[in-house]
Design a protein around this ligand. Structure first.
Ligand SMILES: [Zn+2]
Length: 147
């Protein structure tokens, strides 16, 4: 599993618009000054208690005190873990956020060579091929090339 860096999480919280996210999920936002209000999806609400503040990219409900960032929003509305929420946002929304800037996309190549995954014995009895002398010989050859 890919590691979630603080940088990525920070980017998502800053660059993924909570307003866009909420509208994309079909919620109805009403402008209220520099903020937006909507009926809170986290409690029975018919008075639009939930306020989204685009300048902070945060939401806060005055009815049930639900509050947080885009990541918290996805965790609560989708019922997923923090990691899952970050991955959903990265996959669905971060490409859009990146395109809205003027910076050219730079795909950074990972210069660290990938380590082959360590061999793990299968749970079922080992096939005959693994016990064959050729198998260990091939393995020795393989190790030679790595030196
Ligand atoms: Zn609420």
């Amino acid at each position: 599993m890919a590691r979630l860096s603080d940088q990525l999480i920070g980017r998502i919280k800053q660059e993924v618009s909570l307003v866009q996210l909420v509208e994309a999920k079909g919620f109805n936002l009403k402008p209220h000054g520099s903020d937006y209000v909507m009926c809170c999806p986290f409690h029975e609400d018919d008075t639009a208690s939930l306020v989204i503040t685009p300048s902070k990219n945060l939401y806060h409900c005055f009815g049930c005190e639900a509050a947080g960032s885009v990541v918290d929003w996805v965790m609560k509305t989708e019922g997923v873990s923090f990691r899952h929420a970050v991955e959903l946002l990265r996959n669905e929304f971060l490409p859009l956020a990146a395109e809205s800037t003027d910076q050219p996309k730079v795909i950074k190549q990972n210069s660290t060579p990938k380590l082959s995954t360590p061999f793990t014995a299968p749970a079922h009895p080992a096939p005959a091929a693994l016990a064959h002398p050729c198998a260990s010989a091939a393995n020795a050859d393989h190790q030679e090339t790595l030196k």
